[in-house]
Design a binder for this molecule. Structure first.
Ligand code: FAD
Ligand code: SF4
Length: 289
């Protein structure tokens, strides 16, 4: 396993990692930053979060390096803007959120979720190809990019009603870049909406259709992302409709989620009942999904 260890642990290695990203991947970062692809854990991402968090790199020098590459005509504006936004728009912003919201954020549980984290979060042994891919690469490399963390494992934690503290502990344990001030606002605040949306305007709830659109995972899955019910229905799709059903009043009252609820209300009473039955069955055996 150590043969594969290639995270920067010195200042020189961190600068080399930054240069490697600017020279070889930044140009396509903007276009593909939300994409996911089987057996491609890193795609066009920078892989510098651990170096930043260990203070081997300074966020200002990282942003400056990207802007300089643009000024020199080596990369396009869209990629540089997207990347700089992650550094100063997200990383620096959520540092402030952490100090503002702690210690309450660590115990926040807006929806009162209390289910245990399934065991496959520690093995990758699940039939859901998207979760299997994200968890397996995480256990192997200590890495997943932000959409995998937010819209694959995080989404599952939200829809399967997992206790936010158990989810947060998992994220803190498995990622090479894990430090609580970055991890907790992302997990509790963004992925799980555990603080009731203090800095996000809606829960990041989506069905399997989102993952189907952003990746090739569904092609290798035994489930069908388009199906809400039935043995081969995508668990995320079923649980997405169940989430809307359970929180219809709250989500229907917000302009950001009212359209989702309108779509729910187009389902017949029989379809909604079938979603509830299938969801209860899935939620009762999360270790085997
Ligand atoms: C649920 C969840 C948990 C996360 N936990 C952590 C964590 O413990 N530690 C951590 O450093 N990042 C965390 N992130 C943010 C992000 O996923 C990682 O910083 C990123 O995947 C690291 O890979 P990279 O360097 O290739 O990033 P790139 O995608 O190339 O982005 C460049 C840099 O922007 C910053 N960045 C990007 N997205 C975010 C974000 N949402 N919040 C803060 N900074 C961001 C990082 O410093 C990153 O190195 C989390 C995101 C989510 C959704
Ligand atoms: S069908 Fe559902 S569970 Fe399977 S990979 Fe697609 S989104 Fe994931």
């Amino acid at each position: 396993m150590l043969d594969e260890f290639d995270w920067p642990v010195t200042r020189e290695q961190a600068l080399a990692a930054l240069r490697d990203f600017i020279d070889h991947r930044l140009e396509l970062f903007g276009r593909y930053q939300d994409a996911m692809w089987t057996a491609q854990p890193f795609l066009y991402h920078a892989r510098i979060s651990a170096a930043l968090n260990l203070k081997l790199l300074n966020p200002r020098e990282v942003a400056d390096a990207a802007v300089t590459a643009w000024r020199e005509g080596r990369v396009g504006l869209a990629s540089v803007e997207g990347f700089v936004r992650q550094i100063i728009g997200w990383r620096e912003f959520i540092r402030g959120v952490y100090w503002l919201e702690m210690p309450g954020l660590a115990a926040a549980n807006h929806f009162g979720h209390a289910r245990d984290l399934p065991r496959w979060f520690w093995t990758g042994e699940t039939h859901m190809a998207c979760q299997r891919e994200a968890v397996t690469q995480t256990l192997r490399h200590g890495y997943a990019h932000h959409i995998q963390r937010l819209m694959v494992t995080g989404l599952f934690g939200l829809l399967a009603e997992i206790d936010p503290r158990q989810v947060a502990h998992w994220y803190l344990a498995v990622y090479v870049d894990a430090v609580e001030w970055v991890e907790l606002p992302n997990v509790a605040g963004m992925a799980l909406y555990a603080n009731g949306g203090r800095f996000t305007s809606k829960p990041y709830a989506a069905s399997g259709a989102y993952i189907h659109r952003m990746s090739n995972y569904c092609a290798g899955c035994r489930y069908d992302p388009a199906k809400k019910t039935g043995d081969d229905a995508c668990p995320l799709t079923t649980l997405y409709w169940n989430f809307l059903d359970r929180h219809e009043a709250e989500l229907g009252g917000s302009p950001r989620t009212a359209l989702m609820v309108k779509n729910l209300q187009r389902l017949s009473a029989e379809e909604r009942a079938a979603v509830r039955v299938r969801s209860a069955e899935l939620l009762g055996r999360l270790d085997g999904v």
